[in-house]
Design a binder for this molecule. Structure first.
Ligand code: SF4
Length: 255
């Protein structure tokens, strides 16, 4: 007993000081895409050609990147001869409108206050996680929020086993045919008011499975309150999205 207390004492405080301090991100972290179309060579579509999920489209010669389909693989950044498309280290990617995931020139839109969530769930948010045929990467990066370093519980956010005890659902995976009804039934079992959170490229738009006969390209026929892009999103990106949805300010990325 003494040894474990001593070890605990030596370890000190292990929970990160987020959101008072910005998170420490891995060196290879790819965050908010930045597009400077003025640098694009005319007629060049290299980034679009290499993209495995058709996340890049051109409008009047200018590239736009849909983070809802993006896997953050970085192929486009590598392929671009003019450094017109780069990935910053900004981890705050979550938005509450699908359109907000489309990145073009200039600053991206951010998750504004979700009135309902803030007013009702600000101090206590219970979520039911639904893995709708996910590969377990988004599930793992969501689950890790319950561990010591992140300690999701300190913000009043918790995952619950029954949708009847939940205030909303957090969906991962492309929503396979087999999971579609289960997802709908889970949502119906959540008492109103409720929130729906789509985590990862698959849940937002089908990800690498988009267009496959056996999937429904993510959460399509259910209104979504929060979109958290990535494949999988970094745990800090997920936590940032949840907190900003509840109206809790989060710090910009350290340089
Ligand atoms: S980083 Fe995203 S947009 Fe770029 S090639 Fe990969 S999936 Fe496509």
């Amino acid at each position: 007993m003494h040894r474990s207390l001593l070890a605990r004492f030596r370890q000190g405080h292990r929970t990160h000081r987020f959101p008072r301090e910005a998170p420490t991100l891995p060196p290879l972290y790819r965050g908010m895409p930045r597009i400077q179309s003025e640098k694009c060579a005319s007629g060049c579509t290299r980034c679009q050609e290499v993209c495995p999920t058709d996340a890049i489209t051109f409008q009047s010669g200018k590239p736009t990147l849909d983070m809802g389909h993006c896997l953050f693989c970085g192929l486009c950044e590598t392929a671009c001869p003019a450094d017109a498309l780069t990935f910053s280290r900004d981890y705050r990617l979550a938005v509450n409108r699908r359109q907000g995931l489309i990145v073009g020139d200039g600053e991206a839109d951010r998750a504004a206050l979700v009135e309902t969530a803030n007013r009702v769930f600000r101090r206590s948010l219970r979520l039911r996680q639904v893995s709708a045929a996910g590969c377990n990467a988004c599930e793992a990066d969501t689950n890790v929020l319950g561990t010591l370093s992140f300690d999701l519980g300190r913000f009043g956010i918790q995952f619950v086993a029954s949708p009847r005890h939940a205030d909303g659902i957090l969906v991962t995976g492309p929503v396979s045919e087999n999971m579609k009804l289960a997802l709908q039934k889970t949502l119906d079992a959540v008492p109103a008011p409720k929130v729906v959170i789509a985590v990862g490229a698959c849940a937002i738009g089908g990800g690498p499975f988009r267009g496959h006969d056996e999937v429904h390209n993510g959460v399509q026929d259910i209104p979504v309150d929060l979109y958290i892009p990535g494949c999988p999103p970094n745990p800090w990106t997920i936590l940032d999205g949840l907190l900003r949805m509840l109206g809790i300010e989060t710090p910009a990325t350290q340089k």
